[in-house]
Design a protein around this ligand. Sequence first.
Ligand code: GLY
Ligand code: MN
Ligand code: MN
Length: 442
Amino acid sequence: MRPQLKKFIDTIGKDSIAIIPAAHEKTRSYDTEYKFRQDSDFWYLTGFPEPDAIAIITPGKRTKYTMFVRPRDPLMETWYGRREGIEGAKENYGVQKALSVEKFEKEIGKLLDGHEKLYYRFGVDSDLDKLILDYLSNQRFRRLKTAYPPHTIIDPTIIIHEMRLHKTEEEVELMQTSADIAAEAHVLAMKKIKPGMNEFQVEALMEAYMRDKGASGVAYNSIVGGGENATILHYVENNADLKNGDLILIDAGAEYEGYASDITRTFPVNGKFSKAQREVYDVVLETQKACVEATKTGTTIKQRQDLSIEMLTEGMKKLGLLKGATKTLIKNKKYEKYYMHGVGHYIGMDVHDAGRYFTDQEAKESRPFEPGMVLTVEPGIYVPADDKSAPEKYRGIGIRIEDDVLVTEDGNRNLTTKVPKEAEEIEQLMNGGRSKARRASK
Ligand code: GLY
Ligand code: MN
Ligand code: MN
């Protein structure tokens, strides 16, 4: 049994039952499916990789860990792939009792009865919601004369997400591999990009690299935006030609053994920053480095966000994008015209990972960083191409720099240092180690 499942069993207590469903396959078009991705909570607790399974956790019983799984079926397996089946679930995943998922509906009453609390998250799997609700309402109709279903329903993610937020050493190791693969893919892009290439060619070479290194794929749709496409935060068309003199913004991460990385770099298509590009770049880089530094035990999420806002607002003033007193500009959120997103988020099995950002949801008390959390650091400045109020030389420039940072007892560890972010280092890398060369003129 996985240590995280053991901890979950110990936490929910003996008078409880938890029902944790796996994900289902999803139709992409007509009779083709998206590549299957397991539900992160289910995967975290069980490690079981198949769709349609349902884990039943009953800490007060002798059999604490039951799983309903797809049964072995030679015909289905010939068409659609191997299944662990009942034996595989027990032998390979530490399940104490395994049953065919086809039996779940019949068994649900027996499972639920006799437990005080039900840990189940409504609103994710509507078919399962209905089965559970139907059973509960039928029992109420019978006024509990013959059955004793749970009377308290609790969302298990209150516990699971808090566990997922604090990464174990094993998880950090997987996240480091995911980060290394993505960082190397970014380095490859820096080495290969030249004017005239299309954004999709850059996307293709990075994603091929990730798969080649054992990633299951990307952690989210890659953003590869040349020129003013970089000012669109979630630009994913990735189909424009890259122009000499433009910047390219690449936001791409890998998924490795279920763990995401999330890296952004912005650099010149021709291997040399122009003076104007460099001016904006330096503002973002300086802010990013200060916010990486601030990602340490004790600093709160809000303090780090405020730091990014303050530094970027100062920078925008220096660039002539904003005018006025910094305090007033911040109070009136004037920076949002050029910096409209948060400075970072938790990352783990999901790129925008589980975990609360507040210690007190009512008071919105910002949460301090704690060892084991992994967060991105990703400030940016995006100057719309048609922004008449901005100095002309900056119009259409979009810059974001993003790293993934683990909070440790005595500071932090940046997981994504394998890809450079200092402007000179990037230029050197792009020019095969020579600092002054300009590839476009070669
Ligand atoms: N790539 C998504 C993000 O940076 O949050
Ligand atoms: Mn990103
Ligand atoms: Mn991010």
